[in-house]
Write a protein that binds this ligand. Structure first.
Ligand code: SAM
Length: 213
């Protein structure tokens, strides 16, 4: 089978398992060529539902986790989104498929991965994603506030700067817990009050930083 068929098979599996619910996320996951976001030696694994190493001890998340987080972000086409942990750029690409009239700012603390994400996103043709080197537990105040924030690394707590940069009515997804196992939290800003919902267990690499590990 070729990449397209492999991707279609994966998307069908994620739909049948209930991770993909909406047409928007289905289309995004069919459109983004995951094999172009991972190193050569890992490419044969590109359409297995597993996280893969992208170098520097970091990973591209498993497709079911990307689908689940994207569904729960509840994106609009004009959302302004902050992602913490650009990694390969794959999750940002999935978001960019839906946020066609908005903007995505992605922060990454490993400079080689900033380059990798920029290269991958540029080659794939996404013009509304900006990848910036920085310490994401502080957010990215320059462009705040955001409609949506997605943290793709596990934090010991919800960084206060991130909540402060979330618009009223906005939503944030963040894995919170230990260094290897966390609970995925959906955080809402309702009238500047924080409402937190648990979406279940997950395993992310640690969010390293001032308000991280
Ligand atoms: N979203 C990525 C993708 O689609 O490939 C996967 C992200 S990977 C699971 C987690 C990323 O978070 C790593 O690239 C890591 O370097 C980054 N990271 C960890 N702590 C960070 C911090 N404080 N600020 C910014 N990036 C951070």
């Amino acid at each position: 089978m070729g990449w397209v068929e492999d991707r279609e098979t994966l998307v069908e599996k994620l739909k049948s398992e209930g991770y993909i619910k909406s047409e928007a996320v289905e289309k995004a996951m069919l459109n983004v060529r995951r094999h172009e976001f991972i190193p050569e030696w890992q490419k044969v694994q590109a359409y297995r539902d597993v996280p893969l190493f992208i170098g520097h001890g970091q990973t591209i998340s498993a497709p079911h986790m990307v689908a689940m987080m994207t569904e729960n972000l509840d994106l609009e086409e004009d959302s302004k989104v902050l992602e913490i942990g650009a990694g390969s750029g794959y999750q940002a690409a999935i978001i960019a498929e839906i946020v066609t009239k908005g903007r995505i700012h992605s922060i990454e603390r490993i400079s080689e991965l900033v380059d990798l994400a920029q290269w991958n996103l540029g080659r794939a043709g996404y013009k509304n994603v900006q990848v910036t080197y920085g310490e994401g537990s502080k957010g990215y105040e320059e462009e705040s506030p955001y409609d949506r924030i997605i943290v793709t690394a596990g934090a010991p707590r919800i960084p206060s700067a991130l909540f402060e940069q979330l618009k009223e009515g906005g939503k944030m997804l963040i894995p919170v817990g230990g260094r290897t196992y966390q609970e995925l939290k959906l955080v809402r800003n309702k009238g500047n009050k924080m409402l937190v919902e648990n979406l279940g267990g997950c395993m992310f690499v640690p969010l390293v930083g001032d308000d991280g590990w």
